[in-house]
Design a protein around this ligand. Structure first.
Ligand SMILES: Nc1ncnc2c1ncn2[C@@H]1O[C@H](COP(=O)(O)OP(=O)(O)O)[C@@H](O)[C@H]1O
Ligand SMILES: [Mg+2]
Length: 383
């Protein structure tokens, strides 16, 4: 698999992340937000990680979505443990700190299981030992960080990281920078403010989508029997909400259309992109159409209300029931608090809805609200 490399962007970000500036709050971490499927994870893995290493950082990477069923707190802890395991000297340090004089390597020895949240060796101590041993600043990269606040353990991990950051950024150590990404600004914002303020004040920036240079790269390689005009393809890429996969999928369709005349390649490519967009949207709405009436009613109200959605307030319950009445022939169907609770948890299981541990709900994919609105599905929701 080849990717378009964004080395200049990565180098620039890496320097800014690691810079010790007396005036900026950057040492409290950095948040990068961009919609789904626009290349965040690819950038972190292929470009940012090597750039941070190039700048002298030790990179620890945790993807909170790799295994969606794993508790995000555990994922963060195990990413840290894995890195500790690569440094024998750190294990010796930690074993001493835990009161063991001798570390028997290979035999019964200090176990990394002791590193974690709560009992034993805190993330702060572990990361400080790691940084001291390596004599490098640590860059902890957390992909899909908004997932951290769906569980208590995830929240605990964030607070532990805040403590670790304060400790490592003191003059005794080499520094800890936390870089977090996510597809939803509102959710990421919750990590920086309010009660989940583990990263209060950390800058949140929009991660730039792939641009003309990527489109140029794509056009140079796509090889469909006729040259595609990058300017035209860029306009299509924009229509496709900057998702590289849609360009790739459109190209693949054309590749298997035999006997396509060279002059037909460009218009056919444009058409294939439109088809991909329609198909993608239809796929998302298909899930919505398979919901039970109460689930659909709750989802519609949530989509219509956006950030002001208050799931169990009287007015919201009334709205659910108004929608239910409008969409269902049965007169006596009714959604009460526990019905709403059930519907929300079913929507969560279907990965349509996201819930923070403190009970705030939001759509998993904000684009879904737009799609539902365009399909007229929100018209029945009372204002
Ligand atoms: N720089 C790139 N060059 C080519 N393809 C890319 C690039 N970045 C992302 N893609 C493709 O786009 C898709 C989505 O990328 P991903 O990094 O998973 O997005 P995100 O993490 O924002 O959801 C992947 O299939 C990936 O191969
Ligand atoms: Mg990703």
């Amino acid at each position: 698999m080849t990717f378009f490399r964004r080395q200049a962007l990565a180098a620039d970000l890496a320097r800014k992340i690691l810079e010790v500036s007396p005036t900026s709050a950057a040492s409290s971490g950095l948040f990068l937000a961009a919609p789904r499927r626009t290349g965040k994870s690819t950038f972190l893995r292929e470009d940012l990680r090597p750039a941070l290493e190039q700048e002298g950082a030790l990179v620890v990477y945790a993807d909170l979505w790799e295994d969606r069923r794993a508790d995000p707190g555990d994922t963060i802890v195990s990413a840290v443990r894995q890195e500790l395991g690569r440094h024998e000297g750190v294990i010796t340090r930690l074993a001493r700190a835990a009161g063991m004089d001798k570390v028997e390597l290979g035999g019964v020895s200090f176990s990394l299981d002791r590193v974690g949240l709560g009992e034993g060796i805190s993330l702060s101590i572990a990361l400080a030992a790691l940084s001291d041993e390596a004599k490098q600043p640590i860059a902890l990269v957390i992909d899909e960080a908004q997932h951290a606040i769906v569980s208590e353990k995830g929240n605990d991990a964030l607070f532990a990281l805040k403590a670790a950051r304060d400790e490592l950024n003191s003059s005794r150590h080499h520094g800890l920078r936390i870089v977090a990404t996510g597809s939803n600004r509102d959710k990421l914002a919750m990590l920086r403010s309010g009660r989940d303020q583990a990263f209060m004040g950390a800058p949140l920036i929009s991660f730039p989508s792939l641009g003309m240079d990527y489109v140029q790269w794509f056009c140079d390689r796509v090889n469909l029997g006729a040259r595609l005009d990058p300017v035209a393809v860029h306009a299509l890429f924009q229509r496709a909400a900057f998702r590289p996969e849609l360009l790739g999928a459109a190209a693949d369709t054309l590749r298997f259309e035999f006997g396509l005349a060279p002059e037909d390649v460009a218009p056919r490519f444009a058409q294939a992109i439109e088809e991909q967009i329609v198909e993608y949207d239809r796929e998302q709405l298909r899930v919505v159409h398979s919901l039970t009436p109460p689930q659909a009613a709750v989802l519609r109200v949530m989509a219509a209300r956006g950030a002001t959605f208050a799931p169990f307030e009287g007015a919201t319950l009334e709205a659910y029931n108004a929608v239910l009445k409008a969409t269902l022939a049965e007169e006596d169907a009714k959604i009460d608090v526990s019905g709403a609770q059930q519907a929300l948890s079913a929507l969560q299981d279907k990965a349509l809805v996201w819930r923070a541990a403190r009970g705030v709900y939001a759509l998993e994919e904000t684009g879904l609200a737009t799609l539902m609105a365009e399909a007229g599905m929100l018209d029945v929701v009372p204002k």
